[in-house]
Design a protein around this ligand. Structure first.
Ligand code: TPP
Ligand code: MG
Length: 804
């Protein structure tokens, strides 16, 4: 304050406000220019080498320019986190450019290799993207879960003293509201008493293909309202509001309110003369309308009729600035797709690009001289110095880049093993976690579990009993109070460490994504573990991919899996999930058979989740330095456990993806490779096999994914001049005769292991499950789908025959 009073020019509040508005309006114009130019440059000026369309969305960007100007340059604070509508990526990059966080070079390379990304990307863009977007609807929901995570770490007292809680803000295309995952998140948010979330809906009434239904939007207010949200509708700008007060104003407002979306859009596109014709025809007889039409020439009339609130900076600022609490708020901001551009309002404008002539006239209108296109302040009336100093004081940018680092949590090399002779991997998982829960160390403290209504049936019960359920408000377990006997104690409190979700796998993956970014978003290390039934990975697959794309770190535990769930239902048998594990970037997939393997993988996994590329490595074939997320495909089938102690070498091999459970003789003619729960069949078949082929080996594959990744990496290394490169799977298969037969076995799609034959050119007989859907006990199912002992022996015989 004192500083302000002493300043040479003491400005009145009104003058300061006028200057702020002038700066914001100048920057708004600049953002429209830069975003349009960035796309134009990429499509028309950058030489094309492949003849492919580059694309970019000038109209979608224009739609959000005013709202983003207000938010980024005035309303947002450094602790706020934003998911930007994917197609407004150019506006986001232009904002970061003006704030000094993005280079001209990257803007010139928009959508080119290494340039600013098509859709904001946490991992591929360097300009401080909070949440990636691209697959519509997911970024929107992500903000809800990020807010839940913020509550989680805040209520545990883990936010630093200088870390106020932020708002999680989504800039939402109106067509994104067609995505069901948005409503799943809305419901879940309500259950968790969501706060600190803003969804700003860019209501341009257009999607990709068309103008959206009029009737639908009337329903949104009540929908959000029911879920406890405040709804703020931003419909009319200041000019229209003033016109409504003048002659003919009531009739005009009534006409606009009733105007169908498609007619409105068409008139926006056609401009002043068309507005005049339509208004004269529809309202000519109303008192005052004739005068109103007379006072406005065509340009002024078009200007008035398109003065929707979402393009009226003052209205937008007032609405945002009026909110001073943490209630979730949905702003429905009326906008025009392509506002300020020649194709404004045209229903086909989604991928529309200004042509050379249109761009030339747009450039002239912006007063930008040739060669000045990237100049931050060219063509603006305000002195560059004023704009520079305004930008340097923008609150959002006050702390610079907003990514945190969090300390790693030490993980013991050994996790305590349950001493049970016969056990499923699912039960083993539950017991290992329950044992961790007994401890008071940092590992137990930072694990947070979550599950979409399958907490008990995926064996998290014991963990939850010890660690409690997270809720912002302490709640007693009513059944317990009423002394109803139950194995589950569901105490809820801010100290709880399990987040219970309703059945919606999209929500599980979005929450895992948000929990798994906590170290970067909030500076708090969490070790998220999410459980679900393996087949339902596919329900949330896009959200899983989205979480991985953002490099969120979590352990996904999927159980039961495959046809081995037996009588519980054919529809739940998962076949393709091992292939998902093999192919999903950012996810190291494991399918252990025995619980000692599982314990070794979990101990490694909790550390792997925390790696960030800072270790030493000449090559990071398996991303062991970079780290990633972990997927464990588990089963409910109890298996006799092997009586053994894992030494360091065996552990290494389990993590690398496989080991010889029974090593082959040198030059062996046959080997059997199995993954996961079919180990007993593999062992029994191998026993029989040894009678005829004493040298045959039995390979336990704990991670087809990592064996495969190592193999490809070694091949790439050899191709690029490192002849001695050799992967784990190549070393494993080396003792076999070059023409040995290989039989592979998995309760999943056979292709997940059949590639092993390509490693050294062995002939493969691949057993697995390609068709599914039949309930039954394991005897029947394994026989029916040919993964039983008899089928394995048939395959071994065929492999032997092939050699003759
Ligand atoms: C899951 C998904 N499906 C389809 C698309 C292709 N797509 C991109 S934008 C879009 C419609 C966008 O409309 P809206 O959200 O209203 O944004 P606007 O461009 O109107 O601002 C579609 C269908 C996508 N990106 N993601
Ligand atoms: Mg739209």
């Amino acid at each position: 304050m004192a500083g302000q009073i002493n300043r040479k020019t003491t400005k009145s509040d009104a003058a300061i406000e006028a200057q702020r508005l002038a700066c914001l309006k100048a920057l708004e114009r600049k953002l429209l220019w830069l975003s349009s130019w960035m796309i134009h440059n990429a499509n028309h000026l950058r030489p094309s080498r492949d003849g492919l369309k580059v694309g970019g969305h000038q109209a979608s960007s224009a739609s959000l320019v005013t709202l983003m100007t207000a938010l980024y340059f005035s309303v947002l604070r450094p602790q706020d986190r934003i998911a930007v509508k994917p197609h407004a990526s150019p506006v986001f990059h232009a904002i970061q450019y003006l704030l000094g966080n993005q280079s001209q070079e990257k803007l010139e390379a928009f959508r080119a290799f290494g340039g600013a990304q098509s859709y904001p990307s946490r991992t591929k863009d360097g300009d401080d993207v909070d949440f990636s977007t691209g697959s519509v609807g997911l970024g929107v929901a992500m903000t809800s879960f990020a807010s839940l995570v913020q509550d989680y770490v805040s209520l545990k007292g883990w936010l630093g003293a200088d870390q106020p809680e932020g708002r999680m803000v989504a800039l939402v295309g109106d067509a994104e509201l067609d995505e069901g995952n948005v409503y799943e998140a809305l419901l879940e948010g309500w259950k968790h008493d969501l706060r600190n979330v803003w969804w700003v809906i860019d209501y341009n009434r257009q999607s990709l293909d068309a103008v959206v239904s009029d009737r639908l939007f009337g329903r949104f207010d009540s929908l959000f309202d029911t879920m406890g949200w405040r709804v703020v509708t931003l419909k009319y700008g200041k000019k229209l509001q003033a016109a409504f007060e003048g002659p003919g104003g009531t009739a005009l407002q009534g006409w606009i309110d009733d105007c169908p979306n498609s007619l409105y859009s068409a008139l926006v596109f056609q401009g002043g003369a068309a507005w005049r014709r339509q208004l004269a025809a529809d309202l000519g007889a109303e008192p005052g309308i004739e005068a109103l039409l007379e006072w406005h020439d065509d340009a002024a009339l078009a200007d008035l009729m398109t003065n929707l609130a979402g393009h009226d900076l003052e209205t937008v600022l007032e609405a945002f600035e009026a909110i001073d609490d943490d209630r979730p708020t949905c702003f429905i901001a009326y906008t025009i797709k392509g506002f300020g551009l020649p194709f404004a309002g045209h229903k086909d404008n989604h991928a529309g690009l200004m042509n050379e002539a249109q761009m030339a006239s747009f450039q002239a209108r912006n007063g930008i001289a040739a060669g000045q296109e990237w100049e931050p302040f060219a063509g603006l009336e305000l002195p560059a110095e004023d704009l520079r100093s305004f930008l340097s004081a923008v609150p959002f940018n006050a702390r610079g880049a907003r990514r945190y680092q969090a300390q790693r949590v030490a993980v013991p090399a050994d996790l305590a093993l349950p001493e049970v002779p016969r056990l499923s991997t699912q039960e083993g998982f539950g017991r290992i976690l329950a044992e961790i829960a007994r401890d008071d160390g940092p590992l137990a403290e930072r694990i947070v579990t979550t599950s979409p209504d399958v907490t008990v049936s995926t064996n998290l019960g014991a963990w939850v009993n010890r660690r409690g359920i997270f809720d912002r408000h302490p709640r007693e377990d009513v059944f317990r109070e009423q002394q109803v006997v139950s194995a589950q104690r569901w105490m809820m409190s801010p100290e709880g460490q399990h987040i219970e979700l309703g059945i919606a796998e999209n929500n599980l993956f979005l929450l895992l994504g948000a929990l798994g970014l906590s170290q970067s978003l909030f500076g708090v290390r969490l070790l998220p573990v999410g459980t679900l039934y393996d087949p339902f990975i596919q329900r949330g697959l896009d959200a899983l991919n989205y979480a991985c794309y953002q490099d969120a770190r979590f352990m996904l535990v999927a159980t039961p899996s495959g046809i081995t769930l037996g009588p519980e239902g054919g529809a739940h048998q998962s076949i393709s999930s091992p292939l998902i594990g093999l192919a999903q970037d950012g996810l190291a997939a494991f399918e252990p058979a025995f619980v000692d393997e599982l314990a070794a993988i979990m101990a490694w996994g909790f550390d792997y989740l925390q790696r960030d590329g800072s270790g030493e490595a000449a090559a990071d074939w398996l991303r062991d330095v970079k780290g990633g997320s972990v997927y464990l495909r588990l089963s409910t089938r109890p298996l006799d456990q092997l009586q053994r102690d894992l030494d360091a070498e065996l552990r290494r091999q389990i993590i690398a993806g496989g080991y010889w459970l029974r090593p082959p003789a040198a030059g062996a003619e046959l080997a059997l490779a199995y993954a996961g729960v079919v180990a007993p069949e593999a062992l029994a078949a191998h026993d029989e096999l040894l009678e005829d082929m004493p040298g045959a080996g039995l390979l336990a594959v704990t991670s087809a994914d990592r064996l495969n990744a190592g193999w490809h990496a070694a091949e790439r290394a050899r191709q690029s001049g490192i002849p001695e490169a050799r992967s784990h799977v190549e070393a494993l298969l080396a003792p076999l005769a070059p023409d040995a037969g290989l039989v592979t076995l998995v309760d999943g799609h056979p292709a997940s292991l059949s590639w092993l034959g390509s490693v050294r050119g062995h002939q493969v007989q691949a057993l697995g499950v390609e068709h599914f859907g039949q309930s039954g006990d394991l005897d029947d199912l394994y026989r029916h789908y040919r993964i039983d002992v008899a089928a394995i022996l048939d395959a071994c015989a065929a492999a032997a025959l092939q050699r003759l």
